[in-house]
Write a protein that binds this ligand. Structure first.
Ligand SMILES: Nc1ncnc2c1ncn2[C@@H]1O[C@H](COP(=O)(O)OP(=O)(O)OP(=O)(O)O)[C@@H](O)[C@H]1O
Length: 600
């Protein structure tokens, strides 16, 4: 997985990761305060219960209280029980109130955190997704945020409650019988020491286990997106095994963690119970010798149990905290991700809204993909496309045609040189404005799990139904959409699996037409069409290209016979440029490619 895990950091540094969650908790600090007050009330009530028991045992049966025994001591037997019940009710209400409040904050914070991480991820440039698989992002968005929810929504309050219980319980123990308290404390601290070593191991394994789960999700995400290919190559079994292997790895790590955690629990219980039993035995001797009352011993045992259960909860909370630290680290990494492409400080210019055609100029553009800095994908690209011109980009596979589109859309920035849109450097334009002036029909038409109407409207969300229909008609999509079971309201399935390649492409063309942007980028827009619909779509495209600047990537040269100009790219360089006629006459790369595809 990623290199993000500062696994060997000092605990204090790692704890500070949790501080990054504060901005998410801050807006709800009022509720947190309320929860804290309820927590104090609950813990206070709980700590009074053993005292009520002590008085019940010592005075409820008729013994005369001493003046120093407090008002509870003078109650009747029924009164003692009523007092106990009253305490229990108060305790229950305080617990319910705190549980609700804290859970509310936990759920709220998680939802906010999820949205913030998602918003950050969606804004990343493609370079980000070259290194991080979407499955992993999903695992962080769901699994890791749930861990945070556990901590904010329960562990913190459980931890505080247990801490109160422990500290308060110990104070009461000391007050009840200092001798027995010191004995108990001494014993426990000796027994607890080995537990820290095991706790450390649990922490390490927890993180490993989370990583393994994320690995498995990443793989599942990738394969589920490619099920038809997997099946066509009959690789189901090998994929099943590959996933099973990863799932097995996460199981093994999780089980190792559970083993350590189980041992930890057993040791804690043994240490705690062992010392309680021993102290009880010593206390029983004292009661027999008349040095202590039965009620006092009972209160002591109850306090000791409170302290013990507090300690074991604290251990559990500690484990949750450790897991949450790992989760917070991974989430913060996403939250802090800086997109490589953003508006420059001086780059918020906008193009005039009435521009209906765009002039594009590439000036000495040199570019290498960040993952391959040594190999230039584009080298010294120079050309100008006048407003309203239609230009085809032609060249062998890997020549850099798609890369040119990527740079125009500013998915990446050119290493050297500049790209001008209506005379302005695109890096000076606001990203939003630049992209709103470009409509693209990509090679792989993307269909969202929505109906046909909304899929086309994606091009311009404010468009009316009538405008959507007009765009669909122009893109020759109207006829097939009307034949779908519910016409424009037909749900197109996730990623458009219920459409043919050509139909998907026509939806994408309609979407781009609806956007009505001055620059139209078509990436092999008619590649998935049969000859007949190709002619139809071509007509639609011609209409869309009218008066608009268009840049068309074409493998099949027949589709671009009518363009004004052709730019021929080879290995990242412009090797020829001119009208289709001129290029054919020149007898260069274009003429060679054209001769291969059709006879003149
Ligand atoms: N994300 C990427 N990271 C690194 N290199 C890339 C990336 N995308 C493309 N390339 C490389 O950049 C070069 C140009 O690719 P590009 O996709 O622009 O070619 P193309 O002309 O559009 O090819 P095709 O017609 O096959 O789509 C190729 O050598 C390709 O391997």
């Amino acid at each position: 997985m990623s290199n993000s895990h500062a696994s060997q950091d000092a605990p204090s540094r790692r704890f500070s990761v949790l501080r990054n969650l504060w901005p998410f908790i801050r807006p709800y600090r009022g509720r947190m305060l309320l929860a804290f007050l309820l927590l104090c009330l609950g813990s206070g009530t709980l700590l009074l219960v053993p005292l009520a028991f002590r008085d019940l045992i010592d005075f409820g049966f008729g013994q005369q209280p001493k003046a120093s025994s407090g008002w509870l001591a003078s109650l009747s037997l029924n009164g003692h029980f009523a007092a106990l019940f009253g305490l229990a009710c108060l305790w229950a209400l305080a617990i319910a109130g705190r549980y609700y409040t804290v859970n509310w904050v936990g759920e709220r914070v998680t939802a906010d955190l999820r949205s913030a991480v998602y918003a950050r991820v969606v804004q990343q440039s493609p370079a980000f997704f070259e290194t991080l698989q979407t499955g992993e992002v999903l695992s962080r968005l769901t699994g890791d945020t749930t861990l945070i929810q556990t901590v904010v929504g329960s562990s913190i309050s459980m931890g505080l409650r247990s801490l109160f219980q422990c500290v308060g319980g110990m104070a009461m123990l000391a007050m009840t019988s200092f001798y027995l308290f010191s004995l108990n404390l001494g014993l426990m601290s000796v027994l607890m020491l080995p537990l820290f070593a095991i706790g450390r191991q649990v922490k390490k394994l927890s993180r490993e286990s989370q990583d393994k789960i994320a690995d498995a999700s990443a793989l599942a995400g990738e394969i589920l997106n490619a099920v038809p290919t997997v099946q066509a190559y009959t690789q189901e079994n090998s994929e099943i095994q590959r996933f099973a292997k990863r799932a097995e790895l996460s199981f093994i790590t999780a089980i190792r963690r559970s083993r350590f955690r189980a041992a930890l629990s057993a040791l804690i219980i043994m240490a705690v119970m062992g010392s309680i039993v021993f102290v009880l035995w010593v206390g029983a001797q004292q009661v027999r010798a008349g040095e202590m009352s039965g009620g006092q011993l009972a209160a002591f045992v109850l306090y000791a149990t409170l302290v013990a259960s507090g300690v074991s909860t604290l251990a559990e909370v500690w484990g949750d905290l450790m897991r949450a630290i790992g989760a917070a680290e991974r989430l913060m990494e996403l939250l802090r991700a800086q997109t490589a492409i953003s508006d420059a400080a001086d780059g918020r210019q906008v193009l005039p809204a009435d521009a209906d055609a765009a002039e594009i100029a590439f000036r000495h553009v040199v570019f290498s993909y960040p993952s391959r800095p040594q190999i230039p994908a584009l080298a010294q690209i120079n050309f100008t496309i006048s407003a309203g011109e239609s230009v085809a980009l032609v060249g062998p596979s890997g020549a850099g045609k798609t890369t040119l589109f990527q740079l125009l859309l500013r998915f990446y920035d050119a290493g050297q040189g500049e790209i001008l849109f209506n005379g302005r450097d695109i890096r000076r334009l606001s990203l939003q404005n630049l992209r709103s002036n470009i409509a693209i029909v990509p090679q792989d038409a993307v269909i969202f799990s929505e109906n046909a109407l909304e899929n086309i409207r994606y091009g311009r969300p404010a468009a009316s139904d009538a405008e959507v229909l007009r765009a669909a008609q122009a893109a020759q999509a109207d006829e097939f959409i009307r034949r779908l079971p519910e016409g424009y309201q037909t749900f197109l399935g996730e990623r458009g699996v219920r459409l043919s390649g050509g139909q998907r492409q026509r939806i994408a063309i309609a979407r781009a037409m609806l956007k009505n942007a001055p620059l139209l980028l078509l990436d092999e827009a008619t590649s998935a069409l049969d000859a007949e619909s190709e002619i139809l779509v071509q007509e639609g495209l011609n209409a869309a290209m009218q008066g608009r600047t268009s840049l068309i990537i074409a493998h099949r040269l027949a589709t671009v016979k009518k363009v004004d100009r052709i730019i021929v790219l080879d290995q990242g360089r412009v090797v020829e440029m001119g009208s289709p006629e001129d290029l054919r006459k020149q007898g260069g790369l274009y003429a060679r490619l054209a001769n291969l595809q059709f006879d003149f």
